[in-house]
Structures are given as C-alpha cells and as structure tokens.
Write a protein that binds this ligand. Structure first.
Ligand code: ATP
Ligand code: MG
Length: 311
C-alpha cells in the first residue's frame, strides 16, 4: 500500500536524512561552495499528513494535518518561556529558506544533541496510566490516591519519563533514577523541572480557552554551541498531547462524555474496536467518517487555542 504523503528524497536545497512515522527531517544540501556554512547546524522538520496510532502509520492520512500541527507548535513555541530550537526562516536577502512545496508544514530548527528521553507530564488519569492505576494504584511507579476514575484530575501533575527507543523499537517507561543514569543528575532534574513548568504554563493558557491539557510529551536537546537545554521537536500538538473540552469534562456523566478529545483518541478507539494487533495483521484503512471527525477536532482545537478561524 502506498504511503500517504510519502516524503520526497530531496527538496530544493535540502537532503532527506530521516523519516519518522509522521515527520521527515532534512539537512541543507552541501555543495562544494557551501561546505562549512553555518547552515550545517540546521534541520528542516517537515510534518506530513500521515496519522499514526499504536506505533503504526495508518491509511489514509488527512489533508492539512501537517499544517495544523506545525501552526499549533509554532504558536506554542512563541508563547513558552523556555529556549527553543526555532531558527528564523530568512536569508540575508530576506527570502525564505523553506521550499515552497513544504511551506506551512515545516519548521527550520537548530540541530540539537537530543536527550534520549520523552519527557511525559500527566495532569489527568487516562490511557495507559488508567490501566496501570487499576492494577496497582500507581502510574509509572508513582503511587496515587485511591478512588480515582478514568479521566480524573490528578492531585498534581506528575512527570513520567520514557526512554526514547531507537527507530523501530517501542519507547519504554522509566523512572526518574533511570533518567539520572542516562543523562546525569543535573540534566535529569532540569528536564523534569522544565517539563513540569511548561506543563503548568500551557495548562493555564489552555484552560482559559476552555481546553484541558490532560497530558503531553516534550523532547529536549543540548544546544551544541551554548550547552543550554533547549526545547526541541514539536510541542503541545494534538499528536503529542491529549486535549479535552473543559465544558464536556465538567458536565459529562460517562468517561466518553468527559474526555471529548481534540486529538487522535477517536482514531485509537476505532482501531481498538476494529483491529487486533497480533504483530502480523496490518491495521485496517480508516473509514472516511473517522478521518473527517478527527480532522474536524484538530481544526477546532487550533481555533479554540489561537482564536483564529481555521478553513
Ligand atoms: P515517531 O514516529 O515514533 O515519532 P520519531 O520520534 O523518531 O518517531 P518523528 O517524531 O517524526 O519520528 O521525527 C522527529 C525526530 O527529530 C525525532 O527523532 C526527534 O527527536 C528529532 N528532533 C526534533 N527536533 C530536533 C532538533 N532540533 N535536533 C535534532 N533532532 C531533533
Ligand atoms: Mg517523535
């Protein structure tokens, strides 16, 4: 089956070096005359319209997804009080560095030495956390009060890091001590503190707009020039986060009503009901109605948060 929105190997001035499930990474193409350019430490991160769930890329993607996620990421980067990897998109003559064919769904960023940690923060109990809680009253080993329900707010947000597994392997939940082994005590503490601080800041912004940020994942890297811990990857998108409608959460009676999500939960739920992952059978093609409902929720999230109508 052909991949939706398959990446092109090269874009004018760029060479593809990596493709994740959803995004493609390019470096500025080196020519003899550009060797040693300061551009060598740049990356172009291109968001495709591909949709992934349970670590599989699904068919079909949805048109406009890459642009929606990029717009949201840029909007958040601009608001957060933490150094990030964005590089202004202009040459000395003022023209754009980003090729026209991927404009609107690309970010020009500084290449960081990424820490191999997915910095997950959870403000609410759901998903894999809810499953673990039901079995052991813990989430990623952190003990929680008893009597919590699916979708409940946690007494305070918790940091539940994961090891970012190499390509093709599943990420693995780890405890804070393991992050200390991976990156040292100082960086481990910095990643945790920054993650919790950004989560608190972003939750307040979202809540003021009637949106709950239930959980999210950040990725940080080290700026090779300054050594500063810098926020990389995408940030607070509906791919990397769970977002719910605050009004539905307040008034809903059932877990489904309370967790009216602006993310790909619709896709996860449909897949869970229609497919058994036996490691061999590929996921089924998503029905048009599921794709359209998910796309509409992604658009609504962007409108709610930014206040701009999304066409
Ligand atoms: P998955 O499909 O599971 O998300 P992935 O995380 O490898 O796999 P993408 O998220 O599509 O795939 O690709 C983005 C990649 O770019 C990630 O590996 C991320 O860590 C890396 N990355 C993001 N920002 C930077 C940066 N500024 N410098 C270097 N690498 C970065
Ligand atoms: Mg990723």
């Amino acid at each position: 089956m052909s991949r939706v929105n398959a990446p092109s190997d090269d874009l004018p001035g760029f060479t593809r070096i990596y493709s994740g499930k959803v995004r493609d990474l390019y470096t500025p193409a080196t020519t003899e005359s550009s060797a040693g350019d300061p551009d060598d430490d740049l990356l172009l991160v291109v968001a495709s319209d591909r949709v992934s769930a349970f670590d599989h890329v699904l068919e079909p993607g949805f048109p406009g997804k890459g642009e929606l996620l990029t717009t949201l990421s840029l909007w958040w980067f601009d608001r957060l009080a933490v150094p990030n990897h964005l590089v202004p998109d202009h040459r000395l003559d003022g023209s754009s560095v980003i090729p026209a064919e991927v404009a609107g769904r690309s970010m020009l960023v500084k290449k960081l030495d990424m820490y191999p940690i997915e910095c997950v923060v959870r403000g609410y109990l759901t998903g894999s956390g809810w499953k673990e809680y039901q079995a052991t009253q813990t989430v990623c080993g952190i003990r929680l009060p008893d009597g919590l329900e699916n979708g409940d707010r946690l007494p305070e947000p918790i940091y539940t890091p994961a090891y970012k597994a190499p390509l093709g392997e599943h990420d693995e939940n780890i405890d804070f001590d393991r992050t200390v082994e991976l990156v040292g005590p100082q960086i481990a503490a910095e990643l945790r503190d920054l993650s919790l601080a950004i989560f608190a800041e972003a939750s307040a912004v979202a809540e003021a707009r009637g949106v709950i940020l239930a959980d999210t994942k950040f990725e940080f890297g080290r700026d090779p020039d300054t050594g500063a811990t810098t926020l990389g990857d995408e940030v607070l998108t509906s791919d990397s986060s769970r977002y719910w409608d605050a009004f539905a959460w307040e008034s809903g009676q059932t877990p489904e009503q309370r967790m009216a999500s602006f993310d790909k939960q619709i896709v996860r739920d449909w897949l869970a009901a229609n497919w058994e992952d036996d490691g061999v059978t590929p996921p089924p093609t998503l029905p048009g109605e599921i794709v359209e409902r998910t796309a509409a929720r992604y658009r609504e999230l962007l409108e709610r948060l930014t206040g701009d109508a999304v066409g």
